[in-house]
Design a protein around this ligand. Sequence first.
Ligand code: MTE
Ligand code: MO
Length: 225
Amino acid sequence: MGRRIVLGMLAAGTLTVAAAPTLQRAFETVTANDPTGLTGALPNGGGFRYYSVAASVPHKSATTYRLTVNGLVDHPSTYTLPELKAMPQTRLVRDVQCVTGWRVPRTPFEGVRLSRLLDAAGVRPTARAVRLTCFDGTYSESLTLQQARRADVLVALRMQDKDIGHAHGGPARLYVAPMYFYKSAKWLSGITVTDDVQPGYWEERGYDIDAWVGRSNGRDDAPTH
Ligand SMILES: Nc1nc2c(c(=O)[nH]1)N[C@H]1C(S)=C(S)[C@@H](COP(=O)(O)O)O[C@H]1N2
Ligand SMILES: [Mo]
């Protein structure tokens, strides 16, 4: 079955991936053979797909990883992984939902609230947004400051109760629990406070910036990405 046909079936109707195991298998086969090469099944993925818009991504270890916070802040700073681990950690258990239709129920994520890092940096009064950048050199994301300060937005260091491995965006990725998973930028390396929202990688390609699950992008079966 062709990708277009499966996606057409999804778009057509009442069937959802979660409600139709056969269709889900077909969908998985199709996405695993994605002609764009952007996706592929993860070994031991537990329902996750591996996504990277960059062909190759450098590995960062506990000693080489750095996270920079800069922009419209009073105290620009750079964190090491041990420094992030030493901060108070928040654990959330929610469903992961990719905008193309796959979902992983009740996935634990754990890390430092983004709001804590913003407070430590001292956000200036004119600031309105946050831009997230990645050490893959390509991907980016964005949030309004109000979204970034939500209690369910983390700089995640753990996923599925394990340190986040390279394939899932480790050592640290963004985790935006209430939004489609494309907001959760992997291989996070930069947090820049800005005066306006700058659309991220997928947002420049037509996806919603405010990517609330169930309330954005029309529906959760967007055909490509
Ligand atoms: N740096 C980076 N982050 C990214 C992406 C990406 O291609 N590069 N893809 C996004 C999309 S569309 C999804 S669904 C999730 C996939 O995360 P996973 O590879 O851990 O399953 O990562 C998001 N974050
Ligand atoms: Mo996605």
